[in-house]
Design a protein around this ligand. Structure first.
Ligand SMILES: *[C@@H]1O[C@H](CO)[C@@H](O)[C@H](O)[C@H]1NC(C)=O
Length: 303
């Protein structure tokens, strides 16, 4: 192949569909040797990768572990969708430190790391992370509210995190449509959305606080506008307050109003099939493989 053709093929690869993304996490406080060694994935060529760092500490070891993982998986043609979040030195998940400069310094450190692995592993999208519990932009010092229910000071910190992350190159996915809108990213296709609580309440529900209960339609329409077929994805869940969907009813999950319909409605490009545990069971149940095939084919339609 000529170089121009090679580059075109590589560019096509970067926007190629993603499908099922396999959950993995590495942490600053742990021995990650098992996680960073390559092992084959099931029905997946993408990692759903959490990187847990400790505020104010030296990140050299976790950066090296991430780079080793990127090499080991990248050379097998595996992509990664990373999210950086904070943990304590004893390994618990914590929200961000109460120091915006420190957070932004960590963001810039990881932007550089993501730039350095550009030729090692394909990163279709980076989940914004850094703020909130699990890096999910809730229950943190700078993210007690969403969208307009947030002080301008906190909005400025949120915007600074996203703008710094954009320097890495890949698209950035924000957690909440209201934050996406208030920060002015409505017309920016480089800023998409991820959803950690798909189907918490079944079709048309609030997806565990993703869409404000009093106005589900406005915000699911907004999400579709900015994120459908724009590397939108995340994980299904039943762990949020008000969860009302029965994931153990496999006929329903596989049925006409189940997950496949959601994938088409929102043009979802990737999903972690290991959450909630009931979905993991379905995913691994050979007698349900026809249903899992349909989910996979649906995901593969969208970018
Ligand atoms: C999704 O986006 C890709 C380009 O990224 C485009 O080729 C494709 O037609 C779109 N699919 C739909 C269903 O809009």
């Amino acid at each position: 192949m000529r170089l121009t053709q090679l580059l075109a093929a590589a560019a096509a690869l970067k926007v190629a569909s993603t499908g099922f993304a396999t959950y993995k996490e590495i942490g600053a406080d742990r021995d990650n040797s098992g996680e960073i060694a390559y092992s084959p994935l099931t029905r997946s060529d993408t990692l759903f990768l959490y990187i847990q760092i400790i505020a104010g500490s030296d990140h050299t070891k976790i950066i090296n572990d991430f780079k080793t993982l990127a090499r080991n998986y990248g050379e097998q043609g595996i992509k990664a969708i990373p999210r950086v979040r904070y943990g304590s030195s004893s390994g618990e998940i914590v929200s961000e430190p109460e120091d915006a400069d420190l957070i932004l310094e960590d963001v810039r450190t990881w932007v550089k790391v993501f730039q350095e692995v550009e030729d090692t592993i394909v990163i279709p999208v980076i989940q914004a992370g850094f703020l909130g519990m699990w890096g999910e932009w809730h229950s943190g010092y700078f993210c007690p509210g969403k969208g307009e229910w947030e002080t301008t000071e906190n909005q400025d910190v949120k915007r600074a995190v996203v703008e710094a992350l954009l320097e890495a190159g890949p698209k950035i996915a924000m957690r909440y449509p209201q934050d996406h809108e208030i920060l002015g990213f409505e017309g920016n296709r480089q800023v998409t959305i991820h959803n950690d609580c798909i189907f918490n309440n079944g079709p048309g529900g609030d997806d565990g606080g993703t869409f404000p209960e009093e106005d589900i339609e406005t915000w699911s329409d907004y999400l579709k506008k900015v994120a459908s077929n724009n590397t939108y994805g995340g994980e299904p869940c039943n762990q949020a307050e008000g969860s009302g969907y029965d994931w153990s009813d496999f006929d329903n999950v596989c049925g006409a109003n189940g997950l496949e319909a959601y994938i088409h409605e929102f043009q979802v490009s990737y999903l972690n099939p290991e959450n909630p545990p009931e979905l993991k069971e379905l995913f691994n149940d050979p007698s349900r493989s026809e249903c899992v095939d349909r989910f996979e084919e649906a995901l593969n339609l969208y970018h």
